[in-house]
Design a protein around this ligand. Structure first.
Ligand SMILES: [Zn+2]
Length: 198
């Protein structure tokens, strides 16, 4: 985690500006939307909805991207998708260890490798729960960045995994949906216990 935080933040220049407007403090109070172990709750409805294309990369979207990077760093996450902060748009941010922070707008997964890798995943919207998920080891993604520039990125390892996990959020899919029924049952009982404890 130390290593992740030591990487210069591309939006650090905006810090003073955001402090002046009060925006920075406001958005860092924002809670991430969490999955609840009950049907049809407002939180679950947002997390389960398919996000809409951004299309126009406006100043507002750039601000939301900066906000999402800040919230992700605050909560020690390595990825965060729009729906997790109540923004039902096709945007997510990543910051894998050893990589730079990245913004993906209207992304498409244009290629996935045949090889499948199992790795333990967690999610800021499903706190305290970790489980092995099988996903392609390498991917190619096409997206736009916060400056409105199109890019194609080939990723493997942790970055590929984060991108696939975040892309799922845009489709209303959570990592627990990719577990077998026994694994999913375990996660749901853990959520139930957390609810009783909390
Ligand atoms: Zn997640």
């Amino acid at each position: 985690m130390k290593k992740i935080l030591s990487i210069p933040h591309p939006f650090s220049l905006y810090g003073p500006f955001l402090h002046n407007t009060g925006f920075f403090r406001y958005h860092l109070n924002m809670e991430i939307i969490r999955l609840e172990n009950k049907e049809n709750s407002e939180n679950n409805r947002v997390l389960r909805q398919k996000a809409k294309p951004v299309k126009n990369i406006s100043g507002e979207i750039r601000e939301r991207a900066r906000e999402m990077l800040d919230i992700m760093h605050r909560d020690r996450g390595v990825g965060l998708a729009g729906p997790q902060v109540g923004l039902l748009k096709r945007i997510f941010v990543t910051h894998a260890e050893g990589d730079q922070p990245r913004v993906f707008i209207d992304p498409s997964i244009i290629w996935t490798s045949q090889d499948q890798v199992s790795y333990e995943e967690g999610c800021l919207s499903v706190p305290g729960v970790w489980a092995h998920v099988t996903r392609p080891g390498k991917i190619k993604v096409q997206a736009w960045n916060e400056k409105g520039r199109a890019f194609t990125l080939e990723a493997s390892g942790l970055l590929a995994r984060i991108i696939l996990h975040e892309y799922d959020h845009l489709e209303g899919i959570l990592f627990i949906d990719r577990l077998d029924s026994a694994g999913r049952e375990k996660v749901l009982s853990k959520l139930e216990k957390q609810k009783k404890a909390g």
